[in-house]
Design a protein around this ligand. Structure first.
Ligand SMILES: *Cc1c(COP(=O)(O)O)cnc(C)c1O
Length: 361
């Protein structure tokens, strides 16, 4: 059996050693005569996995002590509700940056909860660029400013963060978490579904600063309240045990391979290989996004026609490179390259793109 270079946007490729280890441990976890899938979430074995995953994530991403880490279900999408439900009360309003498809989904849910102002909307530009961070002027009384660090579908990514005074930044980092060093203390809440850069689907990591936790609504039903999960170390109810376990193995793999510094370098090198193939193709491939806002995780590009794009995607698949179709809402092509994508995968794609352009240009 041979594995392909898997450019899927999420769920996405996982490190082979992680899958192999999970396979070995699947039927008998540490001589307990059962799988971790079959154990109590209160067992010492699972408790250790849970705790180690939290500590390792904090260490790798540099999350300061005054943040609480939560492991939740419901995908990133549940956070689109939980954020406003917890923070938008007492007559407050909040501010959203509409940078693309995911930001708009977050905004649509927040509007059902309370008053939401838009501080930037990329619609006129077809969500192909971002403003400078200091052009964002949140209302000083806003409960929070919501951002999306990397638009997975549109292929744009923030480099720097705005100075917001006392307004906490809440950021959806689903598709670039753990891909670079971050000034975590600039944020009030960071949230990310695991299935792009951290592991499999099923668990969402939420880092929430203590003072923001103290501001959260107190009248919510149990699961929707950050307070519930913070108080119980994300063991209020059954957590997604297998997803947390696989995430822990993935985090260990990142640490063994050089940690966040290495991840940052991988992202830079992989994306440069593919952007170079685009830029040096004499217009055969076109990147629709502004150069300074290009994502290092999701490289979006177009060819001359939809017919040519379909042929490109098929020819790549024939050579063992999958998942290159753009999101169904925008078409085109997209190479998603998260931590587990080896540099060889990006090089193979870049070489293939040059050869395909030469043959069909
Ligand atoms: C994938 C993704 C989501 C959606 O995640 P779900 O876990 O499917 O809800 C939200 N935001 C961003 C930036 C994403 O990349």
């Amino acid at each position: 059996m041979s594995r392909i270079y898997n450019f899927n946007p999420g769920p996405a490729t996982l490190p082979l050693p992680v899958l192999e280890r999970a396979g070995r441990e699947l039927t008998d976890y540490r001589q307990k005569g059962m799988s971790i899938l079959e154990m109590s979430h209160r067992s010492p074995e699972y408790s250790q996995v849970h705790k180690e995953a939290m500590e390792l994530f904090k260490k790798l991403q540099g999350v300061p002590k005054n943040f609480k880490l939560l492991f939740l279900g419901g995908g990133t999408t549940l956070q689109f509700s939980m954020v406003p439900l917890n923070l938008l009360h007492g007559g407050k309003s909040c501010d959203y940056v509409l940078s693309g498809a995911w930001a708009k989904k977050a905004y649509a849910d927040a509007r059902k909860v309370g008053k939401v102002n838009v501080v930037f909307d990329g619609e006129a530009d077809n969500y192909a660029s971002l403003p400078e961070p200091d052009e964002l002027r949140p209302d000083p009384r806003a409960a929070y400013l919501h951002m999306t660090s990397n638009e997975t579908i549109g292929g744009i990514q923030w480099r720097d963060w705005p100075e917001t005074g006392g307004v906490p930044i809440v950021c959806d980092m689903s598709s670039d978490i753990l891909s670079r060093r971050l000034p975590v203390d600039k944020f009030g809440i960071i949230y990310a579904g695991a299935q792009k850069n951290l592991g499999p689907s099923g668990v969402t990591v939420v880092a929430i600063r203590d003072d923001i936790l103290d501001r959260c609504a107190e009248d919510l039903t149990a699961y929707l309240s950050y307070r519930t999960h913070a108080k119980k170390d994300s063991l209020y109810n059954t957590p997604p045990v297998f997803a947390v376990y696989l995430m822990k193995l993935t985090l260990e793999w990142v640490e063994e391979n050089g940690g966040i510094q290495a991840a940052e370098r991988w992202a830079r090198e992989r994306s440069a290989l593919v952007y170079d193939a685009i830029d040096e193709s004499d217009g055969f491939y076109k990147s629709p996004v502004l150069e300074k806002n290009r994502s290092k995780m999701n490289v979006v590009f177009r060819l001359g026609s939809e017919e040519l794009e379909a042929r490109f995607i098929q020819a790549a698949a024939d050579q063992g490179m999958g998942g290159l179709k753009g999101h169904r809402s925008v078409g085109g092509c997209r190479a998603s390259m998260y931590n587990a994508m080896p540099i060889e995968g990006a090089r193979a794609l870049s070489d293939f793109m040059r050869a395909f352009a030469k043959k069909n240009g």
